[in-house]
Write a protein that binds this ligand. Sequence first.
Ligand code: H79
Length: 681
Amino acid sequence: MKKIYSFLLITLFSTTVLSQNSTSASGDRMQWWREARFGMFIHWGLYAVPAGEWNGKTGYGEWIRNSAEIPIDVYDHFREKFNPVKFDADDWVRMARDAGMKYIVITSKHHDGFCMFGTDQTDFNIINTPFHHDPMKDLAAACRKYGLKFCFYYSIMDWHHPDYLPRRSWEKFRPVTGAEFRKYVFYMKAELKELLTNYGDIGVLWFDGEWENTWNEKFGKEIYSYCRSLQPNIIINNRVGAGRMDMEGLTKEGAFGGDFGTPEQQIPATGLTGVDWETCMTMNDHWGYNKNDKNFKSANEMVRMLADIASKGGNYLLNVGPTSEGVFPDESIERLNTIGGWMKVNGESVWGTKASPFRSLDWGRCTRKEIPGGVRLYLHVFNWPETSNLILPGILNEPAKAFMLSDVGQSPLKVTRFEDALIIALPVQPSDSLHPVVVIDLKGKLDLTEPPRIVSDFNAFVDSLKIKLQTDRENVEIRYTLDGKDCDLSSPVYKVPFYIRKALQINARCFRDGKPVSGMNSAIIRNVDAAPAVKVNNQAPGLSYAYYEGNWDSIPEFSGMKPHKEGVLPNIILNPATAKEFYGFSFGGFVNIPATGMYAFYTESDDGSTLWIDGKKLVDNDGLHGAVEVEAVVALKKGFHSIRVDYFNKSGSDGITVSIRSTTLKKQVMPDGMLFHEVAK
Ligand code: H79
């Protein structure tokens, strides 16, 4: 019989289904935000007065007080020059609305500590400028008028409040005597209370500046609950906590992460399962107004980023840095206009859409919406196909209709099927420089030719390994082989998880009505020998450690060096370190393995670390970096195995977490109870 579907070819197009955001308890509260997809960030503060220039240098933005090391009393004088006489809240909000943005997040207070709202908690606020007026009141009213959500950015880090710690390293004239961080937290709460009672409903509280070591998860949870107690439906970003990983902006596993992740100046490479996220981004190279920065992205680029982000299930928060007179830079206005023109025609391909069901499409991006009896896909065509045939690979639904979103008359485009691909005949390429969107409506539940997933704890085993085969598709059966042969109708149908006890290749494929409806997925499973345990004569809990000081870019040969300190610790912890920077540790001892099998070890460290088992380097997480986790797997026999963990910190933040996972232990921080060192009898 002639093969109907050319799946091998189709796998090249890669058609893996990405899961949608799970609907959680926060579902209803998050709904408007998930549908909005596009918002405006506004960085407006005293830093607009110097406009990015200080002592002849022009590269500054909202960080100017810190970067140019401006003393506090000098900076305070910017207050006298902040007079936004051209400020018109209606103008700003209308520009955001006309660009297709559904919410505005504005800096109520940035790191410089200057409050852009009327507050009773400090004199360092906008009422004490020649403006003598609270612009946040006007913006709140304008947002209500034009139907946008009004949201506040609020910096935890504060370079002005006497109780905020630490001071900037270069600040000589601000003594810390008497400063109490707890009092600063009370100050924050008093200001947040004003922000959450004086301006009506606030959509989002967008915290930032949480990374200094005075802030912790406990404060984060306290502030989060406090804000929710004042406005139960408010949405709060993950920077309220202390578990953000770098500028990728997502929260570390197990840490408190508020309501959404905050990638900054970057877009995740793929969609993210079960997390809400928002990429914030500048139009040029600064958040605050910089009069010399003309390096603006084009509207075309930004519209593509919006489509890219929506196709991955995220939001785009695009920044404008207004001047101290209260106007948007001309370049920003132009771009907002152009983006708005595109959104007027194509907005429905962004608002209220969900992530693409395709992992990648070589011509562009896809977003989707449920429609009665089917699914609507929005195809964002970045690269117009030379043949004018747009290929939608690996999809079995029957098309209902297709048309250009810009075509008010919705003249139907011809759709044909070739094997498991749909081919849409596009009209003449539009002359508009911004990308066009093609709509295709499909009948029934989305049915991509997705092969089954082969799921197991490891891809190797000592004695046996449990295998599960999974698919999210309806009306399919999974057939599989364990002898390397292709799956066909004579292959067994998968019903329940099974164990394998020898090295082999698993092939699995979906079938429907006696026909294959997916490509084949394969996994090679290896059988490995477990390393023998070692004999320990007399063990006691904990690991021995040696602490060193030095300036390294990677882990040095600790064994040849003289430690500053030595001793025993219950686990891999950095408490004995007396230096904040330029130090290292070597921990040594034994890990007591509870049962013979495969074990995954992890180190997450800032900066580098290595983990050795039985004298061999297993986890290599060396080098200068922020918190990064590396996994490595080894087969071990029940009993004691030697373990060594080396770690170093050059400068900046520090930390290490060692975790373990096996078939019987879910991934967890290495328990104290598994660690030992040898002692004399
Ligand atoms: O308000 C804008 C910027 O002023 C602010 N966030 C945006 C929205 C911002 N502050 N700092 N940065 C951006 C960059 C700072 C990066 C670092 Fe870190 C702080 C590197 C080391 C400490 C945070 C914690 C990122 C990595 C670890």
